[in-house]
Design a protein around this ligand. Sequence first.
Ligand code: NCD
Length: 338
Amino acid sequence: MEFTGSHILSIQQFEREDIQQVFRVAAQMEPYAQRRKATRVLEGAILGNMFFEASTRTRISFGSAFNLLGGEVRESVGMDSLSVVKGESLQDTARVLSGFSDIICMRYPEAGSVAEFAGASRVPVLNGGDGSNEHPSQALLDLFTIEKEMAGRGRGIDGLRIAMIGDLKYGRTVHSLGKLLALYDNIQIVLVSPPELQMPEDIVEIMRSAGHQIEVSDSLEPSIAHVDIVYSTRIQEERFPDRQQADLYRGRFRLNQGLYTKHCEPNTVIMHPLPRDSRAEANELDRDLDGNPNLAIFRQTDNGLLVRMALFALVLDVVGLVEDYACDVPWHVPKTPV
Ligand code: NCD
């Protein structure tokens, strides 16, 4: 695909070689993300970071990634602050905001809304999550993490065995990840959810058409037994009519260290897009897993910074200039590995 000036709206825009390109650039970003070096390559550029649905890590990750490339961030957060509540169309909002920014990241509660916004934007728009539809940057950082974790085990993405667990109906991260895995070969996927929250059929079909082996289950223990990756997700309470409906499913698939030791292969990687719902009634990834070296959830968030820096550098066409605008950093904040 042509990255320069493109909107990033769906994972289906990408071919396999595009993914490798994103990952190559992401790896080049490591010294900057680790603050061993700084770059001012995006000095003067403004990111409009527009999040009209709850977000902590995606919003701050996009913003920090832009800052780490030397750019500035303007934010608008929460539905109440948006002129749509005064009756403005998303298109008019896009025309106005794209006059103030050089690139926009947007999260909005309706499926297809970010594409609608992008259609009227005068600058590239990156989808930070549109309802239960897609979350492409999350899928990229998830796969980047999978590639790194598997490389440490002498394996690649082809031939991967993965269990996706939880709310597969409303979870946009698994929708995008499922579509992304369709670019690879010979993947075994176990889809573990309550029958009412199964993966949408169109996404199952995309994975099946890629030749992948798909198994559907509503039982955790047998599903985590022979996989390389356990990818757990939160019940997407905000997509349910009310809290009581979500409560019917909350806590259905809880993984803790005891179950992991009993059922998983010794090196099984545990992933989650976060936030994990740590309330007692949900507790989908128990805190007793925190000492497990295969828990990759905070490596995922660290990797997110690299992948989002890569997306900005590719879309704004500065990959080859990052180094030219680099300088040394006179300070250092040591961080413990996660
Ligand atoms: C996810 C999302 O917003 O879709 N979070 C994230 O961006 N990392 C998953 C979730 O909220 O459950």
